[in-house]
Design a protein around this ligand. Structure first.
Ligand code: F6P
Length: 357
């Protein structure tokens, strides 16, 4: 059986993308007569017809490589059906290029936005399979996404290292971690790094409670406090505001992001020396951890089996420790947030972490 497969990576990059590409390709070459077309820079390349034939040897030597050999870009899903200034009908262009490439199937590696567009293309009649990548771990229907655990390792290292300098100076250190609207990365790195206060978007924080936790530590002769705050976290006072309005409120206050606002609140009210650390894209860089290399390989090879079976319109997933899949239509448009009663939150509380409630 011959199958011609288009492959693209879309949205923010993360470690493990190349390992997953390799997994799809190597297993496909083993399972059937496979041909690969690499599409450049995500859906942008599919829209613009920027693609190339790939040779088998291009999938070797990339297991440990960070980023993506295909390139990536962000193409907001909300604009996919909108004709913009360039006058291009993006959906029609993607369908036309799929046809032009003579594809039997398109494999998309990406996060929530990528899955939404993958589903749109599936609804338009294309054979699509999605693989869940993101450091945010916020894709519905999968226990874990590849890239997440490498980011947890990196973010944990940041929290670890901040401990020594925080201790030397007796400072409050506010570490802002990525994760978009979800708190997974902050929760995991906060617990793994031994943060004292962990603030998540899923639990709007009460500044009085944050300050009470800092004061309690001082009363117990702990001169420093480490706060891990998710980039999407916000103050209870802002809980009723829409996301856009919250971002605007921070801007109006000259705060580049929530961690600066929080640091200002803390220093203003306690007089304690407070510093902000924003590791940013550092959390997405470099080589995937062994965990992510394995996960990416598992997801990639599973996708090759779906292609062989002709089981399209699916999103690969990990369910209770088993690699599996969900219909793309079920995944599209949903976000997996940290449930407030998640075991890890209880675990954190049990060891004295404050969630700023
Ligand atoms: O989705 C991954 C992610 O790193 C988020 O955690 C973060 O909010 C966002 O991407 C940053 O986007 P960009 O790379 O476009 O600045």
């Amino acid at each position: 059986m011959k199958r011609r497969i288009g492959i693209l990576t879309s949205g923010g990059d993360c470690p493990g993308l190349n390992a997953a590409i390799r997994g799809v390709a190597r297993a496909s070459y083993e399972l059937f007569d496979a041909e690969f077309v690499g599409i450049a820079d995500g859906y942008k390349g599919l829209i613009e017809g920027d693609y190339r034939e790939m040779k088998r040897n291009e999938f070797s030597g990339i297991l440990t490589l960070g980023g993506t050999i295909l390139g990536t870009s962000r193409r907001p899903y909300r604009n996919m059906r909108v004709i913009e200034e360039d006058n291009i009908d993006k959906v029609a262009a993607m369908k036309a290029n799929y046809k032009k490439m003579k594809l039997d199937c398109l494999v998309t590696l990406g996060g929530n936005g990528t899955h939404k567009t993958a589903n749109l293309l599936a609804e338009e009649g294309l054979n699509v399979i999605g693989l869940p990548k993101t450091i945010d771990n916020d894709i519905w229907g999968t226990d874990v996404t590849f890239g997440f655990h490498t980011a947890v390792d990196i973010a944990t290292d940041v929290v670890d290292r901040i401990h020594t300098t925080a201790n030397s100076h007796g400072r409050i250190m506010v570490i802002e971690l990525m994760g978009n609207k979800a708190g997974w990365l902050t929760l995991y790195a906060g617990v793994a790094g031994g943060a004292d206060i962990v603030l998540l978007p899923e639990i709007p924080y009460n500044i009085d409670s944050v300050i009470a936790s800092i004061e309690k530590r001082i009363a117990n002769n702990r001169s420093f406090t480490i706060i891990a705050v998710a980039e999407g976290a916000y103050d209870k006072a802002m809980a009723d505001m829409k996301r856009k309005a919250r971002v605007q409120a921070l801007k109006d206050g000259n705060f580049p992001s929530v961690s600066y606002y929080l640091a200002d609140q803390i220093q203003g009210r306690t007089g304690l020396e407070t510093r902000v650390v924003v590791p940013g894209h550092y959390q997405r860089g470099g080589s995937p951890s062994p965990y992510d290399r394995i996960l990416s390989t598992q997801f990639g090879t599973y996708a090759a089996h779906l292609i062989k079976e002709g089981n399209f319109g699916q999103a690969v997933a990990m369910k209770a420790g088993q690699v599996s899949h969900n219909p793309l239509i079920e995944v599209a448009g949903k976000t997996k947030f940290v449930p407030k009663d998640h075991q890890m939150i209880q675990c954190g509380k049990d060891i004295g972490i404050s969630f700023g409630e």
